[in-house]
Ligand binder design. Sequence first.
Ligand code: PMP
Length: 307
Amino acid sequence: MTKTSDFIWHNGEMIPYEQATTHVLSHALHYGSSVFEGIRAYDTPKGPAIFRLTDHIQRLYDSAKIYRMELPFSKEEIIQACKDVVRENGFKNAYLRPFAFLGHVGLGLNPKSHRADMTVAAMQWGAYLGEDSLAQGVDVCVSSWNRLAPNTMPTAAKAGGNYLSSQLISGEAKRNGYVEGIALDVSGCLSEGAGENLFVIKKGVLYTPPFTACILPGLTRDTIIELARARGYTVREESIAREALYLADEFFMTGTAAEIVPVRSVDGLPVGEGKRGPITEELQQAYFDLVKGQSEDPHGWLEYVNE
Ligand code: PMP
């Protein structure tokens, strides 16, 4: 693996990238007992700003709470660590990865100590689904793998173990020549992509699967709901049948890494006119204007690194 930054914040200290290692008997390596976040910092006219940093760190602490993991730093300390790691590495744009994991606590499934180790890394990461994806749209398929069932593993937790499911979904899609896979929930309705939430547009109305469809409550999803409603669009959070993807006027996916990605085909069938649609483009523009500090930020979602 190539080095992706000079420094990583590790249990309260900023250390060189090479030294941020852990033991092979770490609990998380064996059992997936970690929680994490993916956050983006964007270059704005007022310097680098981390989009919805506080909300992401709240979700990190929520994920840890679900798994009864004890986090030895306060939210404020991790928020500061995120800002520091962008600044220390001299990044303007960055992808941040705050991470908490059960380390050297023994190999029992339920160790005595649930005290996590914590790290925050930052790196440069371009368009997650390919450089052309944002303008051209991507080709996706419905996966043969379902999303996690609600009484198996909690999908509101952004936990390491959940991403075995995501790896199956995206791996299968890529092997079959698609950019991403879409998972159905246990009832057969739409859930989410391997690392993205879904928005289907029909007759000017936006539809997105509800939390009960076993999705991760995405912050980009929440941002798009706000932006769309502020522009007068109706957004409905409701169950969506698979065939709605085939009959949609437009379909796009959202995620911190993926950003706002138009989908041009599903299972080989064109979505709408087979290219990015006008509402997708409008909301994509609104999103990029917001995160890059080029429009009003009424919610104070841009958290500046140098403040
Ligand atoms: N679902 C899954 C499974 C994800 O991994 C992600 C990316 N974090 C999302 C949805 C989108 O969430 P967010 O917009 O908060 O990045």
